[in-house]
Design a protein around this ligand. Structure first.
Ligand SMILES: Nc1ncnc2c1ncn2[C@@H]1O[C@H](COP(=O)(O)OP(=O)(O)OP(=O)(O)O)[C@@H](O)[C@H]1O
Length: 331
C-alpha cells in the first residue's frame, strides 16, 4: 500500500467579503458576506515509500495548500488524505512524528540559541533516543558541513547556514517523510548544490520519502525522479521526470554564428527562433534530427564561426505544459 494516498481531495477557502466605507463596516457586523476560493480541486495521487517527488506549478496553483493538508495543518473540504495509515488532521501529534517539514520562508530555529543547544531542545521535544540522536547529529553535521558554526547563535548565521540547520532539526527524529517547500530560495549556487546533494543522500541512506515544492527547476532536475504538476488547483501531469522533459520540452537549442550574414534555412525540422545579423538560433528535436545533421545543413549557408547547444530546459517544459492545458480548456 502507498505511503501517501490522496483521493479526490478538494479544498475551498471561505473569504470574508469587505465593502468600502463606514456604513458597510457597520452593516457587516450584522450580516456577513462571503466568497469562496477553490484552492485544490479533485486531486488524487499516491506516493510510495522512498520516492522523491517534485510538486510544481505556478504561483497560487495550490501546492502549499496540498502540503498543509498532507501535514495535517488544513482539513480537506472533501476527499481523503491518508499518510502512513493516518488521517493527518485527525492525528496531528502522531503524524508529526512521521514527518519533517521545512518551509523556506519560515523558521523552526531559536534566534538566540546556537545549533548545538537547538538540537538538544528538539531531542527533548521529540523524546528522541540518546543513541539515535547522537548518530543523527553526527551524520547530518558531517554531510552538511556544519561543524564550524555549531556554537554560533542562530541570529549570526548566514541564510545558507540557517537552511542547513532547518533541515537537520526537521530530520533528527528520523521522519519517514520530508516535506520541503522552497528549500533553496535565496541561496547561492554552492549552498543550493550542497542541499540538493544532501537530499539525495538522505533518500539513499535512510529511504526518506521526499516531496519538494519549488520554483527552481534545477532543484527538480537534480533531486527528483517523478514530477506532479498542479495548475489552478488541478493535477495536470504525474509521471517520471525524464518523460515530462521529453514530452513537454520544446527541444534542443542550437545557436550558430556565421562569418558572413545569416541568409536563411529551409528545413521543417529546424525551427528558427532568433536571428541577429551573423547569428541564428534554431530549435530541433533530437528524435527527428541529430546534431551533426543540423550542423551540416547550417554549414551550407556559410562558414560557421561558433556554435552553442543548450539542452532542453525543464522551466520551458512547465510553461509548455501549462499553455497546452490552457488550450485544452479553451477548445
Ligand atoms: N487561508 C487562505 N484563505 C483564502 N485563500 C487562500 C488561503 N490560502 C491559500 N489561498 C488561495 O488558494 C490558492 C492556492 O494557494 P497556495 O498557497 O496553495 O498556492 P501555491 O501553489 O503554494 O502558490 P505559491 O507558489 O505562490 O506559494 C491561491 O489562490 C491562494 O490565494
Amino acid at each position: 500500500m502507498s505511503l501517501i494516498q490522496v483521493e479526490g481531495v478538494s479544498k475551498e477557502f471561505r473569504i470574508n467579503r469587505r465593502h468600502k466605507g463606514a456604513f458597510a463596516a457597520v452593516k457587516s457586523l450584522f450580516k456577513r458576506e462571503y466568497s469562496y476560493k477553490v484552492a485544490v480541486r479533485d486531486l488524487s495521487f499516491n506516493i510510495n515509500e522512498g520516492e522523491i517527488v517534485g510538486y510544481i506549478g505556478s504561483n497560487g496553483a495550490g501546492k502549499s495548500t496540498t502540503i498543509k493538508m498532507l501535514s495535517g495543518v488544513l482539513v480537506p473540504t472533501s476527499g481523503s488524505v491518508i499518510v502512513d495509515g493516518l488521517v493527518p488532521y485527525k492525528n496531528r501529534k502522531l503524524n508529526a512524528r512521521k514527518i519533517g517539514v521545512v518551509f523556506g520562508q519560515r523558521t523552526q530555529l531559536y534566534w538566540n540559541l546556537p545549533m548545538e543547544e537547538t538540537f538538544d531542545l528538539y531531542k527533548k521535544i521529540y523524546n528522541i533516543d540518546t543513541v539515535q540522536f547522537k548518530k543523527n547529529v553526527e551524520f547530518f553535521v558531517e554531510l552538511l558541513e556544519m561543524q564550524p558554526f555549531l556554537r554560533t547563535p542562530v541570529r549570526q548565521l548566514s541564510l545558507g547556514q540557517r537552511m542547513r540547520a532547518e533541515l537537520v532539526v526537521s530530520l533528527l527524529h528520523d521522519p519517514k517523510i520530508l516535506y520541503l517547500d522552497e528549500p533553496t530560495i535565496g541561496l547561492d549556487i554552492l549552498v543550493k548544490q550542497k542541499i540538493r546533494k544532501f537530499i539525495r543522500q538522505l533518500n539513499e541512506e535512510k529511504s526518506t520519502t521526499v516531496i519538494l515544492t519549488t520554483h527552481d527547476m534545477d532543484d527538480i532536475d537534480q533531486i527528483c525522479d517523478r514530477v506532479i504538476t498542479i495548475e489552478k488547483g488541478e493535477k495536470i501531469y504525474d509521471g517520471p521526470l525524464e518523460q515530462f522533459k521529453a514530452q513537454y520540452s520544446v527541444g534542443h537549442k542550437l545557436s550558430v554564428s556565421f562569418k558572413t550574414r545569416y541568409s536563411g534555412v529551409n528545413d521543417p525540422r529546424l525551427r528558427v527562433i532568433e536571428i541577429q545579423d551573423h547569428k541564428v538560433t534554431v530549435l530541433f528535436r533530437k528524435e527527428e534530427i541529430g546534431i551533426p545533421e543540423c550542423l551540416a545543413i547550417l554549414s551550407q549557408i556559410g562558414e560557421i564561426e561558433d556554435i552553442k547547444i543548450t539542452e532542453p530546459n525543464i522551466e520551458e517544459a512547465v510553461e509548455n505544459l501549462i499553455v497546452n492545458e490552457a488550450g485544452k480548456v479553451l477548445v
